[in-house]
Structure formats: C-alpha cells, structure tokens
Design a protein around this ligand. Structure first.
Ligand SMILES: [Zn+2]
Ligand SMILES: [Zn+2]
Length: 57
C-alpha cells in the first residue's frame, strides 16, 4: 500500500492536525490526489493538481 499524502497542497501543513481537512481525487484528471487543510478551505485558497496542473477552489 502506498502511503497517502497528508500535506496540504497549498500550505504544506499536515492535515491530520487541522480540522475539516479533506482529500479527494482531482476533478480534472481523476488521478491526482488533492489534499486541502481546513484552514485553506476556510480561506478559499486555490490548489493545483500535482499530476495535471488543474487549478481549483
Ligand atoms: Zn493548507
Ligand atoms: Zn489532475
């Protein structure tokens, strides 16, 4: 099993220590794992898929 990334794509914070954090598959390519911490979600910071470069809120 490959270890899942737990670092927020935007601020690189460990999402395990931030509430309301989420991980989901990139809607652009369906392959990249998007990791967002609760803080970046609350502040509507954008993220970028590490696989295809898709950017989203
Ligand atoms: Zn963050
Ligand atoms: Zn992608």
């Amino acid at each position: 099993m490959e270890a899942q990334s737990t670092r927020c794509l935007t601020c690189n914070k460990d999402i395990r220590v931030v509430e309301n954090s989420v991980t989901f598959k990139c809607p652009g390519c369906g392959d990249g794992l998007v990791v967002r911490c609760g803080e970046c979600r609350a502040q509507m910071r954008s993220w970028k898929c590490p696989v295809c470069g898709f950017e989203g809120p």
